[in-house]
Design a protein around this ligand. Structure first.
Ligand code: NI
Length: 190
C-alpha cells in the first residue's frame, strides 16, 4: 500500500515521534508499505512522520544510489543497505563533518548542503523485534542521520545556513500551501 507523503508545513513533521510498543503494531506490514511508498517516490529513506504517523520508525534503502556509479565510485557503506529502524537512539556521532546536497520527499524541489559527522553509532530494533547496536559511515550514516532527524521533528532545511534559508523561504511557503508538482502521491489538504 502506497501512502501519500506529508508535505512541509504539516505539524506531524515537527513532532518528536513516540516510541513504539513492540508487538502493538504489525511492523513487517508497515515497513513493507513504507518501502513501497518510498520506492514509488524514488527515495532512499522514509520516516513514519512523512506518512502522517508520529512514531519512531524509519526505513532506508541506499542501494539505488550506487546503481549508476562506476565500480570504483560505489560507496561501500551502501552495499546491502536496506534496513528498518524501530525506536532508534543515536548514541554517538563522530568523525569529520562533510557536506552534501540533501533533499527530502516532504520538501520537493528544494535541495541544500548539509554538514554531518562521518560516523553514527545507533541503537535500534528491526521489524522482527531484534535489537541492534551498529556503527554506520559514509552515505549510510548520512541517510540515517537525515531520517533520524525526522523522528526528532527536525528537517534538513533547519541545518542550512542563513543565506540559503532565506533563499528557500518562499518555496517552503508554497509547499506548505499545497503548491507542489511532483510525480508521487502527496497529502495536499490545503
Ligand atoms: Ni526527509
Amino acid at each position: 500500500m502506497i501512502y501519500p507523503i506529508v508535505p512541509y508545513g504539516d505539524p506531524v513533521l515537527r513532532k518528536v515521534a513516540k516510541p513504539i510498543k513492540l508487538g502493538s503494531i504489525d511492523l513487517i506490514k508497515l515497513s513493507e508499505d513504507m518501502f513501497e511508498t518510498m520506492y514509488a517516490a524514488s527515495g532512499v529513506g522514509l520516516a513514519a512522520p512523512q506518512i502522517g504517523m508520529d512514531i519512531r520508525l524509519f526505513v532506508v534503502d541506499g542501494r539505488p544510489m550506487n546503481e549508476d556509479e562506476d565500480e570504483e565510485e560505489k560507496d561501500p557503506s551502501l552495499v546491502n543497505f536496506k534496513k528498518v529502524f524501530v525506536n532508534a537512539t543515536i548514541l554517538d556521532e563522530t568523525g569529520e563533518e562533510w557536506g552534501f546536497e540533501e533533499g527530502c520527499l516532504s520538501i520537493p524541489g528544494v535541495r541544500g548542503e548539509v554538514f554531518r559527522p562521518e560516523y553514527v553509532k545507533i541503537h535500534y530494533w528491526d521489524e522482527h523485534g531484534e535489537e541492534h547496536e551498529d556503527v554506520f559511515e559514509g552515505f549510510a550514516a548520512r541517510i540515517i542521520q537525515h531520517e533520524y532527524d525526522h523522528i526528532e521533528g527536525i528537517l534538513f532545511t533547519d541545518h542550512l545556513n542563513v543565506v540559503k534559508k532565506r533563499m528557500i523561504k518562499s518555496k517552503l511557503g508554497e509547499i506548505s500551501r499545497g503548491k507542489v508538482s511532483v510525480d508521487y502521491k502527496m497529502k495536499l489538504s490545503r
